[in-house]
Every structure is written in structure tokens, then in C-alpha cells.
Design a protein around this ligand. Structure first.
Ligand code: EPU
Length: 309
């Protein structure tokens, strides 16, 4: 991350609190997204724990600076002009996991693959369906990430959150509005700090087998090792966005450096030169195609953030 610049006196960001994980200014978001796309964030901070996070958010509120909480950046389209205000990436204390009987407590910044390995190691079943999803626990709960095999909401017991008043509270899963690729977390202005998941004891060897087969299936059907942000659209009721777009001949459609994957029509790849505008124009074209030809209203699953025209 770049060093604190010599701000002119009175600069909005001159007194942003320092965080243990560092501070970056004009931080290129392309370095923090799986698409490898995105202009600079004014300030990028990594609070180590809840205390540092609250201090940072209090500062942002006092300066009326907008805040965006980043997860793994694996489901994000950040604009080419970047993000005005403060981007927060949760630091070390938010990456801790604790197994207690058949439950796991995991910090919001825990990567899903790490969480799944922890569950497998403890012989606990319930998260195998999430194998291969690159996000963080906080991001996954916020959008109820999942597959046809299930979603993280199925295992969620409660979440420790920071509310709008910056108070730490525990909310039961039933209070978080978990639905298909959705929750009420964002609209309620909540920040997930930690979650408690309830799992089922299972033979570790059979769990390994399930995870291997989920991963093999994914490798066979989705572009891997390519710059994407996962599924572009949510599946519409009663159908699959990928199948619909494939039938409409979308594979290989390209705008600038953004191209619909030849392997799965619900993925857009950055061929190396894609701008955020290229990707979003392609998303709009796909949406129009499905609506004009079939009357299907596709809803983007990828989250668009930052300054757009
Ligand atoms: N299909 C096609 N052509 C395509 C792509 C898919 O005909 O180009 C068909 C498939 O043959 C299948 C159906 O569409 O019959 C569904 O495809 P797939 O099994 O690949 O699942 P999906 O619904 O497209 C969902 C999640 C993925 C997750 C997979 C794994 C959504 C929006 N996506 O994809 O999650 O990996 O299941 O089961 O629910 C993500 O959310 O970012 C993500 C990658």
C-alpha cells in the first residue's frame, strides 16, 4: 500500500486513524478484485480488530466519508474511476476460526476455502457445497453464497455484527433475512464481524470425497484460473442464467476486453484489457438479450461499486 501522502492542511483524509494492517492512499482496486479491474480507492485501511474498525468508522462518520467494506473482491465490479471515500478490509482478528463441538465460529475475513478445510479437519459436514467459492465468510453471509447443493445460510446459527450505531450485537440467522443470494445485512447497514455455524459430524474420508467431486465438477463446467467474478447473474426463478444465455448464443460475445466465457455463459472473463465499463456494457447487453428474446429479467449477482457515470 502506498504511504500516507503529505496532505495539504485541511485535507479530508489528513487525520484518518492509522490501522495495524496499514493504510493506503489512491490504492488501485484492480489489485484487490478477482476481475483485476478497478480504479483507485481514496483511502484503503485494514483494521486489525473491532476496536480499530469502530475507531475508523467513527472517523469516517465525523468527516461524512462514505465507507465500503471489502471481502475477497471475488464478486465485485469496481468502476474505472475507483471508489471515493474509505475502503475497509477486515484484518487479523477477523480471520480467526474456532471449532467447538459441532460448531465453528469464524471471523468475517476468513476465506471460505480456509473455513472448509477447518470443517473437514474437524470431521464436520455442511459446507462442502461451498467448495471452490473464493469469497470471505462475511461476504458469503451478506449475499448468502451457495450452489445448488446448499448455501451458507443453511449452516448459519447467528452472526455478531456491528450495527449502524456502531454497537456490537448478536443476531440470530432468522433475523438476517437470508434468501436466495440475498440477506438484509447490506440494506440494514450491518457489518458482519463473526459468524457461528452449526455443522454435522461426518466421516472425514467421505467429506474429502464430496469436496473433491464438487471441485472436479466445477473445474469441468466453469472457467478457472481466469479473471472473473463468478456468476454474473442470479439464476431466475425456474431456470439457469447460464443455460438461458448459452441458448441465446452469448458464449464468446465480447465488448472491449470483456468476453462471455466459452465454458459457461454466466461468466464474464477479463481477457487482460477489460475496463469496468466494458464489463458493465456487456452485462447490460446480456440482460437486454434475455429480456428482448425471452422476456426473462436477469438480475446481476456481481456487486457494482464505486463512481459510475
Ligand atoms: N448451462 C448451460 N450452458 C452454460 C452454463 C450452464 O447449458 O453455458 C446449464 C448447465 O448444464 C446446468 C445449468 O445450466 O444444467 C446450471 O449450470 P451450473 O450447474 O453450472 O450451475 P449454475 O446455476 O450456473 C450455480 C452457482 C455457482 C456455483 C454452481 C455450482 C448461481 C448464480 N451460481 O451456478 O456459483 O458454483 O451453481 O453448483 O447460483 C457464484 O455464485 O459466483 C458461483 C460460481
Amino acid at each position: 500500500m502506498s504511504a500516507r501522502p503529505k496532505w495539504e492542511s485541511g485535507s479530508l483524509y489528513a487525520d484518518v486513524p492509522t490501522t495495524s494492517g496499514g493504510l493506503g492512499f489512491d490504492e488501485p482496486m484492480a489489485e484487490h478484485t478477482s476481475f483485476r479491474i478497478g480504479g483507485p480507492a481514496d483511502v484503503f485501511a485494514e483494521p486489525a480488530d473491532t476496536q480499530e474498525l469502530v475507531e475508523l468508522l467513527r472517523w469516517a462518520r465525523s468527516r461524512v466519508v462514505p465507507v465500503f467494506v471489502l471481502g475477497a473482491g471475488s464478486n465485485l465490479l469496481v468502476s474505472d474511476r475507483g471508489i471515493r471515500g474509505l475502503v475497509v478490509r477486515m484484518g487479523s482478528a477477523f480471520r480467526e476460526t474456532h471449532v467447538c463441538g459441532t460448531e465453528i465460529r469464524a471471523g468475517a475475513a476468513t476465506r471460505l476455502p480456509v473455513l472448509i478445510r477447518r470443517a473437514l479437519g474437524a470431521g464436520l459436514s455442511g459446507l462442502e457445497c461451498l467448495a471452490g467459492i473464493p469469497g470471505t465468510v462475511g461476504g458469503a453471509v451478506r449475499m448468502n453464497a451457495g450452489t445448488r447443493g446448499g448455501c451458507i445460510g443453511d449452516a448459519l446459527v447467528e452472526a455478531t455484527i456491528l450495527d449502524r450505531a456502531l454497537d456490537v450485537r448478536s443476531l440470530q440467522a432468522s433475523e438476517l433475512g437470508m434468501a436466495y443470494r440475498a440477506s438484509s445485512i447490506a440494506e440494514s447497514g450491518l457489518i458482519v464481524l463473526e459468524v457461528r455455524l452449526s455443522l454435522t459430524p461426518c466421516d472425514p474420508a467421505s467429506l474429502d470425497e464430496v469436496v473433491s467431486s464438487v471441485m472436479a465438477k466445477r473445474r469441468g463446467s466453469q472457467p478457472m484460473g481466469v479473471r472473473t467474478a463468478g456468476s454474473v447473474f442470479k439464476n431466475p426463478p425456474g431456470g439457469y442464467a447460464g443455460e438461458i444465455l448459452d441458448c441465446l448464443g452469448a458464449k464468446g460475445m465480447q465488448i472491449g476486453g470483456a468476453r462471455v466465457s466459452m465454458k459457461h455463459a454466466n461468466f464474464i472473463e477479463n481477457t487482460g484489457t477489460a475496463s469496468a465499463d466494458d464489463v458493465w456494457t456487456l452485462v447490460q447487453s446480456l440482460k437486454d438479450l434475455a429480456f428482448d428474446r425471452l422476456g426473462v429479467a436477469l438480475e446481476p449477482e456481481i456487486q457494482r461499486v464505486g463512481e459510475w457515470n
